[in-house]
Design a protein. Structure first.
Ligand SMILES: [Zn+2]
Ligand SMILES: [Zn+2]
Length: 140
């Protein structure tokens, strides 16, 4: 699949694993980073290739991850784990894809941090902050 930031300086090709679903994160960092809710797809290290010279800026936002954006236009790009067995794995912003449709929705995390004025419809897993962090701890 192909995608890019708003200005096109950060264009990429990505190979999503079969069965990849996108997830919604309502944690405070994602909320502030995106301005709303973070929809993202998991991407293996080396499964994404950016064009030569893509101006990717990065900032460490926790002890275990960094967040990146296009230094030209400010589009959020991906969240990347920097430690642990999944170091290097990325959570790419769904909206960057040229064709974001067709990827199934896998569920919501940090559901108890979601503002109470909206809900994502349908039947899907919804994990609280405690459930989400327990899951991460189990796989770390
Ligand atoms: Zn850009
Ligand atoms: Zn989050």
């Amino acid at each position: 699949m192909k995608g890019s930031c708003v200005c096109g300086a950060c264009r990429f090709e990505v190979a999503l694993a079969p069965g990849t679903k996108f997830h919604a994160c309502h944690c405070e960092t994602c909320r502030r980073w995106t301005g709303s809710v973070n929809f993202s797809v998991e991407v293996a290290p080396n499964a994404i290739r950016f064009v030569e010279g893509a101006p990717i800026a990065a900032r460490q936002t926790s002890d275990w991850a960094e967040r990146t954006w296009c230094a030209e236009c400010g589009s959020n790009l991906f969240y990347r784990l920097t430690v642990g067995p999944k170091a290097g794995w990325m959570y790419l912003a769904l909206g960057l894809l040229d064709e974001p449709g067709g990827i199934p929705f896998g569920g919501e995390i940090y559901i108890d941090r979601k503002p109470d004025t909206y809900d994502l419809a349908g039947e899907h897993p919804r994990m609280t902050k405690a459930e989400t962090e327990a899951r991460f701890a189990a796989s770390a």
